[in-house]
Design a protein around this ligand. Structure first.
Ligand SMILES: [Fe+2]
Length: 145
């Protein structure tokens, strides 16, 4: 089963700003893509209620949210090769959109996301990100199992 759903402006502007402030305040962990600190997880998970939205979208799946959030920061030239996630549903939230490039593609369909938008898709769908051509791209990923 292949599912994609885009949620426009899921994350309010003030939360985006708070997340970006946390990113700037923590140069040690932001230099590597990986698991974001609990502080960031707490910020992003309380607004909006992502778990509730996922449950409403996929009521039959009885999903559990993984207790982590994956942070991804891509400078110019940054790319993410085709892969699948070890999740049932993945939610990617765009925190900062690049000026050019850096499009997420799920099963060959490109998603045009703005900062604050989120996309949900089947974790077993092949997905990748085209190279960032200008600016930088910051996103967060949550896994539901
Ligand atoms: Fe992924």
């Amino acid at each position: 089963m292949s599912i994609h759903q885009i949620y426009k402006q899921l994350v309010p502007a003030d939360i985006l700003t708070e997340v970006l402030n946390q990113v700037e305040a923590d140069p040690d962990w932001v230099k590597d893509n990986g698991i974001a600190p609990l502080r960031l997880y707490t910020t992003i998970i309380k607004f909006p209620k992502i778990k509730e939205i996922v449950d409403k979208t996929f009521p039959e799946l009885e999903l559990k949210i993984e207790n982590k959030i994956y942070f991804q920061k891509y400078p110019v030239g940054g790319v993410c090769k085709d892969h699948i996630d070890p999740s049932r549903i993945t939610v990617v939230i765009l925190i900062q959109e690049p000026d050019r490039g850096g499009f997420l593609s799920v099963e060959g369909t490109e998603a045009y996301l703005k900062a604050g938008d989120a996309i949900m898709f089947d974790g077993t769908d092949h997905h990748k990100m085209t190279p960032v051509l200008r600016g930088q791209r910051i996103s967060l990923a949550l896994w539901f199992k």
